[in-house]
Design a protein around this ligand. Structure first.
Ligand code: F6P
Length: 539
């Protein structure tokens, strides 16, 4: 029998035993981190980033047991199969090739015997040409005015990744274009965007792999009506990013250009495809988008090639599974000490939770415990003044601290309490990781800190496009490796379907009511009926 799940290995039992041993007082983090060579033995540099896991609840035996899983579960081998075009998305019979989206190699990547790279390069060239033409004014808005606003319509994977990257790199945006996102179907989201733009100089980028997502369809309809209301032709103010043959890839719905996505790149893994490519190239210039791709490609190579003891995303995945499955932490936080990384946590939240929130393994067998973990986060130090009370004295949760050595803005250097803002930020980041690990004694229980609360620290040299690419790829590879360890399919998302189906029924009820005011929501269940009646109540 091929073993592909951690819980099927003898090493799993050994790890459960290790988890029990870690409850002993002498295994408290304050003792573990006191070892003089702790940092040296529990940190690693690679793929352009540095990962310190010295403040995780690991001793040498546990760490080595975790590392042994790489070979036993064939983790890098599976990563290699994924990057080579194997159909690891077994339920949808699809390859998983987000790594190909940022490949600049010429060795073919075959899916069903066909090299996918030429098509990827064609779309990249199309993005370059299009964004250059928008920047030079050759492609312009009504009356030949250059485009000054770009509104991205899309949700989930067609939104969160681009928003993370554009926020991280916003200080580099020098193309005189303001970027807006229209994700939620909430009309107040539309209203806020409509208020902020100048219609004749606005380009709308509709991003939807399926082009059937209710929120995106509603917002697109709203945008088209808005343009017509301003005397503008939507076909001249809109581009689409969608799968070949989708309802959005239809000559009957003319747009300025259509950029194709591929069925082998899932929404939450699609930032380095046209999904990120179109808005990011318009906002930052194609060269920066390409630099971002190159950073991601470097981390991809590292994730595949580096042996486990030097492999950042693989180590992070092993630790994540250890914390969740063996130590029983149900949540993890992503806390960047960098405001430009404010949208990293929402992106990782979707990437990881939609990928790994699963109840069955890749063969459809029920897992002994559901996979996945709750992920949330906010930038520090803001997070300290929000939920860190609970982090220190309430339910513990492991944290990824993310530090940036050089911020975007280095010219503002006033000192307060003898330090610059950036130094103050770092003092706090270092303090939190240490305080959570060591705790503090006190006679008064209300002032007592148990400590022994784990964290890792990930370091970026700066916020260059390359480093944001590395960071993106780090979290993607970590997510994929976690899925391999749990033995699940991290690439489907059937869990989002049920809610959509129920919404279809309720929408049907609303349509009937819109058509016939006497309709009494006969097909709705009594609880939903109560709310529908409230919504349609005449004021
Ligand atoms: O939330 C479910 C989901 O299908 C995500 O996986 C996806 O990223 C998002 O909706 C948007 O889908 P689409 O790009 O097809 O509009």
């Amino acid at each position: 029998m091929t073993v592909y799940r951690l819980d099927q290995l003898d090493q799993h039992k050994a790890l459960v035993q290790c988890a029990q041993d870690m409850q002993r007082p002498q295994a408290h983090l304050k003792h573990l981190i006191a070892a003089p060579d702790r940092l040296q033995n529990y940190s690693v540099r690679g793929g352009g980033l540095f990962l310190d896991f010295s403040r995780q609840r690991l001793d040498d035996r546990t760490r080595d047991l975790l590392f042994s899983l790489e070979e036993l579960l064939g983790l890098r081998e599976r990563f290699g199969m994924m990057a080579g075009g194997a159909k690891l998305n077994v339920t949808e019979k699809r390859a998983v090739l987000h790594t190909a989206a940022r490949s600049f190699d010429h060795a073919p990547v075959l899916v069903d015997g066909k090299d996918v790279l030429p098509e990827i390069r064609r779309v990249r060239d199309q993005i370059k040409r299009f964004s250059d033409q928008v920047h030079s004014g050759r492609i312009a808005g009504a009356g030949g005015k250059p485009f000054r606003h770009v509104v991205v319509i899309g949700i989930g994977g067609s939104y969160l990744g681009p928003e993370f990257v554009s926020t991280a790199l916003a200080p580099l945006a020098d193309r005189n274009i303001t970027l807006h996102y229209l994700a939620n179907v909430d009309i107040d989201n539309f209203g806020a965007v409509a208020k902020a733009i100048d219609p004749p100089t606005t380009l709308w980028v509709v991003i939807s792999k399926s082009f059937t997502t209710a929120e995106t369809s509603a917002n697109t309809a709203q945008a088209e009506q808005f343009m017509r209301g301003h005397g503008l032709d939507p076909a001249k103010h809109m581009v689409s990013v969608t799968a070949k043959g989708s309802p959005g890839d239809d000559p009957a719905r003319p747009v300025l250009q259509t950029f194709h996505m591929f069925d082998f790149i899932g929404g939450r893994y699609s930032v380095t495809s046209a999904v990120g490519g179109v808005p990011l190239s318009l906002y930052l210039g194609y060269e920066r988008f390409e630099a971002f791709l190159k950073g991601a490609a470097e981390m991809d190579r590292h994730a595949l090639d580096a042996p486990v003891e030097r492999n950042l995303p693989l180590i992070a995945a092993l630790i994540s599974v250890w914390n969740t499955t063996c130590l029983g932490y149900q949540q993890q936080a992503v806390i960047p000490y960098s405001s430009p990384l404010a949208k990293l946590a929402p992106h990782v939240q979707q990437l990881n939770m939609e990928s790994n929130g699963k109840a069955v393994d890749i063969e459809g067998q029920l897992l002994p415990k559901p996979a996945g973990v709750v992920i949330f986060g906010e930038p520090g130090t803001n997070a300290q003044h929000s939920f860190f009370q609970l982090a220190h004295q309430g339910r513990p949760f492991p944290i990824d601290f993310i530090g940036v050595l050089r911020p975007h803005f280095t010219q503002y250097d006033a000192r307060s309490k003898g330090v610059t803002n950036h130094q103050e930020l770092w003092a706090n980041m270092l303090a939190q990781a240490r305080a959570l690990a060591i705790g503090a004694g006190h006679d008064d229980q209300a002032r007592f800190f148990s400590g022994n609360r784990p964290s890792s620290t990930l370091l970026l040299d700066d916020l260059s496009a390359e480093n944001i690419g590395r960071l993106l790829s780090f979290y993607e590879a970590r997510t994929v490796y976690e899925g391999f360890i749990w033995g699940i399919n991290s690439f489907d998302q059937f869990g989002v379907e049920l809610g959509k189906k129920v919404a279809d029924t309720l929408r049907g009820e609303m349509v009937q009511k819109n058509d016939r005011s006497e309709y009494g929501f006969e097909a709705a269940d009594p609880i939903s009926k109560f709310y529908l009646e409230k919504l349609f109540e005449k004021k």
